[in-house]
Every structure is written in C-alpha cells, then in structure tokens.
Design a binder for this molecule. Structure first.
Ligand code: NAP
Length: 483
C-alpha cells in the first residue's frame, strides 16, 4: 500500500494534496503535528472529509516530528481526534497505557505501534519488531535512519528474519531509499510518501514518482532488480532512463539508486536482494575492479568500470562511458577530423580516463590538466599525453591543445564546486567545449564557452549514449523510448 503523509497546516491544503495524488495512493497519514491550531480543534472531523482510510499521527520532535507541546497535550489531542473514527493511530512504543488507546479500542481503530530512530539502526531489529505489538491487532512499525550501506544491509536482514509477521519497516535517509521502493517485495505492509517540498521524513518521494517511475505496484518477487551505486547518488538521472526503458518494453524490472559508502556491504546486499545488474558512478568506478570476476577490454584499458552484470560465475564489468563519450563528439567532428585534432581534458578521475582512452584510440593529441598534478602525470604516462597542473600558467598551455576542451571534473555539478575550473582560460570561439557534467544542463564552463561562440556539448548527451549501451547490456534490447 502507498500511504500519503499529509503535512500541511490546514485541512483544505491537505485535501488539495490528496486530490493531486488520489490515483496513486491507498491510504493517508494525517500528520497533526504539522496542523495549525484551528485545524487541530476539529481533528475528529478529518476522516469524514475523505473516502480513504486515515492514520492519525502526532509525531514528537524527538522522533523527527513537529509537535512542541507537552506529552499530556499530545495525548489529549490524539484522544480528541480518535473520537472521529480514524482507521489507524500511530502510537509510540514507549507510551504507557493512556486514554487514546482506550478510545482507539472502542472505535475499532488499529494501533500502529511505532519505533523511530532518527540517528541510526538499533542492534537487534528482529527482536524489536517482535516485541513492539502489545496485542495481536497492533501493527509494529520501525522507521530507522540509514546512514550507509551496512545500515541498509541490517534492515534487509531484518525483513528476512521477520518474513512471518505483518510489519512496517522502513529505512529513512538516502541510503534507505531502496526500502521505500521495495516494501511490497521485502514484506512491509506499506510505504510512506509525501508531496514534494513537504517531506514528512527523510527519504520520502512523492506517490506519483513512486508509481510511475518506479512502477511500485508492479514489483513482485520475480521482478529483476537493477541499480546504480554511487555516493552521492540520488541526483542521478539514470533511474529515469532505465525505468522508462523497462516500462516501454514491458520488461518486469526496476532500477533503483543505492547510496553506497561500503562496497563489500553493497555486494552482500546485491546477493541478498538479488541485484542482477548495476551502474557504477562516482566514486566507485575504480574501486569496484577487485570485485569483478571478469572485465571487458575497455575496463582493462581504462582502469574503470561503470556497468556490472551478475552472471553465474560472478560480476562482469563493462565500460560504456568510452563509447558514450565518443558518440556526441563524433556526431560533430566525424572520425577523420577527430583524428587530426588536439584536445585538453580537464580532470584525471574515472570519467577522464574513459575520455582520454577514447580520444587516444583515434590518435587525438591530448593534454591532461588536473588539480592533483601527480594524477595528471600518471595518466599522461599511461596514455602517451602531455600534462599540466590546474594552477599557474595552465591557460597558455591549454591554448596549444584547444580544438576540443573537455571538462570531466565534478566542478560545475549541482551541489558541488559550482564553478568553471578553467576560468582563467579565454575561449576563442573556435573550440568544441564538452562538459560531461549533466546537472545543470549548462555548467559555468559551458556558459563561458557559449558566450565566446564555441560549439558546446552538454553531459546529458553522453549520459544518454552510455545509458543506451548499458540498457542493451542489461536487457539485450535497444532503449526505444527516452524519458
Ligand atoms: P572522480 O573519479 O572522483 O574524479 C573527479 C575529478 O574531479 C578529479 O580529477 C578531481 O581532481 C576533480 N575535482 C574534483 N573537485 C575539484 C575541484 N574543486 N577543483 C578541481 N578539480 C576537482 O569522478 P568521475 O567519475 O571522473 O566523475 C566526474 C564527473 O563526471 C561527475 O560530475 C560525474 O557525474 C560526471 N560524469 C558524467 C557522465 C555522463 O554520462 N555524462 C559519465 C561519467 C561521469 P583531483 O584528482 O585533484 O581530486
């Protein structure tokens, strides 16, 4: 079931949000801790204003809520609301016997006995879940802050250990996001969602995205799970590309972001779920190599992997960045012209390696400019290029390799160092300026190049081109529909 948490101040605003998402949701959670005093004074009226079952929740600040009154006030408010006949009430595990519980039992309201940990994941989740309910009718709920891969792994173990009981178990935060999409498959009675900008808890998405992008209702025990690992990873557009492809071709599969800070834990998670194919992004493209049983030639040559497939002999690694990088460039230059060009690559990370390898395979003369000089020198030695540090007189050196200038650092990326890393270089207007960062579509580097009249290529084109190749590796089919 998809539950929509309502966090507006008034009933009217909440009813507007319900109308917006009605087709995607099964039940509502009225978060009365966000309601204004006027709405609180009519709390018992809310269930009669909607045809959906409603959970009444008045969340305390210590549990991530907004209620700032005394505990006695809170219980009085809950008791007053329950007179209206809510389908469920959320009552915390540490509450003693109280009037709200008595009214709930009289009205046939089911109690969700909840435990929240906004700081981490407790040691023994299965025991916690089993001891939460006080009667057979109570539904245990644990919402736990997942701050990394090992937390997610422990929550997944708890699902397996408690698969004989009805429960609500969710990982909060970006690392817990897979639990919000896979609740049905894992065995949680419901997942919570909220309208954008009104997030009731960290990690919520809106019900429309959950239903349309992740096709929540079609996920079953036989749905194939794909994912992307990275840190951070929630900004990535890859779920849009792959999930749209699965939907348009009628493939029973889902593609989910896994925020990963521990690769060993991720590979255990992958075995557990199981995950059958995976994209790899920053900062794991090189670090996954020791986990691969087999590497495609591009992975060996580049020293980085962006696509993994699970086979009966283990994980196979591929690199679709190489061809994905070349495709938009070749569209502008053609193969013969490209081979005669001189290029500067800014950056010396995983993506830079793919770009440099691709350019060198066409005989392009390449200058590598990087913040950490040693990394530029090392790559230059490996691929037969020139190198320079991203300091001092770099602008003059770039002028000697400026038919194409390729920006591969994370500079300019939304939320990162949002600047042009070669701001001292003056574009002439004849360069092809290629930024592989795709969010935002026009980075400061591209904006400066455009102003000078350069032909520009944004990272979106590479993302789509490499994603198409990845999709073919995942499914054996061509991606026919782009999001
Ligand atoms: P990476 O391996 O971590 O490398 C990051 C690079 O950025 C390094 O060269 C690093 O320099 C440099 N850098 C980071 N912060 C910097 C700063 N403040 N100033 C100057 N240089 C800085 O990452 P990656 O995998 O290569 O990815 C890099 C970017 O490309 C990401 O934004 C990623 O999203 C994007 N990307 C896009 C596509 C696509 O399909 N469009 C594909 C792959 C990657 P140091 O060596 O000095 O640390």
């Amino acid at each position: 079931m998809i539950c929509l948490s309502l966090t507006a101040e008034t009933f009217e605003e909440n009813l507007g949000i319900i109308a917006r998402y009605r087709q995607y949701i099964d039940l509502l959670e009225l978060r009365a801790d966000f309601l204004g005093t006027s709405a609180c004074s009519h709390l018992e009226r809310f269930p009669s204003l909607t045809d959906l079952p409603v959970i009444l929740t008045v969340r305390r600040k210590q549990d991530g809520g907004a209620f700032s009154g005394t505990e006695a006030d809170r219980l009085r408010l809950i008791a007053k609301g329950l007179v209206g006949g809510y389908a469920y009430v959320d009552l915390e595990s540490d509450l003693g016997e109280n009037q709200a519980e008595r009214i709930a039992s009289g009205k046939g309201t089911r109690i969700i006995r909840s435990f929240h940990d906004t700081r981490g994941v407790p040691a023994d989740i299965p025991s916690l879940l089993r001891t939460l309910p006080r009667t057979k009718r109570e539904i245990p709920k644990a919402a736990l802050m997942c701050s990394g891969s090992t937390d997610l792994e422990r929550i997944l173990h708890a699902y397996a250990a408690c698969n004989d009981m009805g429960k609500i178990l969710l990982g909060m935060g970006d690392a817990g996001f897979p639990t919000r999409v896979l609740t049905g498959r894992l065995g949680s009675l419901m997942t919570y969602t909220s309208a954008p900008g009104t997030r009731a808890a960290p990690g919520h998405i809106d019900p429309e995205t959950l239903s349309t992008r992740y096709r929540y209702r079609t996920i079953t025990g036989s749905t194939r799970i794909y994912g992307i690992i990275g840190n951070p990873v929630m900004h990535t557009r890859s779920p849009l590309i792959h999930n749209a492809g699965f939907a348009s071709l009628g493939i029973d599969a889902v593609y989910i972001p896994f925020q990963t800070d521990d690769l060993e834990a991720f590979f255990r998670i992958a075995d557990m779920l199981p995950i059958v194919g995976c994209s790899v992004t920053i900062p794991h493209k090189e670090a996954v190599l020791p986990f691969l049983a087999k590497q495609a030639p591009d992975v060996n040559a580049v020293g980085a992997c962006n696509t993994m497939l699970k086979t009966h002999t283990g994980w196979e690694g591929y690199n679709t960045d190489v061809q994905g990088f070349l495709e938009p460039l070749l569209l502008r230059t053609g193969t013969e012209r490209l081979a005669r060009m001189k290029a500067t690559v800014i950056g010396a990370g995983g993506a830079a390696r793919a770009a440099i390898y691709a350019l060198r395979s066409f005989g392009v003369q390449v200058l590598i400019v990087n913040r950490t000089r040693e990394k530029a020198e090392e790559l230059a030695k490996q691929f037969g290029c020139a190198s320079a540090p991203l300091s001092g007189a770099y602008a003059g050196i770039i002028s000697e390799f400026n038919d194409i200038i390729i920006q591969t650092t994370s500079c300019g990326m939304t939320g990162h160092h949002e600047e042009n890393p070669i701001s001292e270089y003056r574009f002439r207007g004849t360069e092809i300026a290629y930024d592989i960062v795709y969010s935002p579509p026009v980075t400061p580097f591209l904006a400066q190049a455009r102003k000078a009249g350069c032909m520009t290529i944004g990272g979106e084109e590479m993302l789509t081109a490499q994603g198409k190749r990845q999709f073919r590796l995942f499914t054996g089919k061509d991606l026919t529909q782009e999001p």
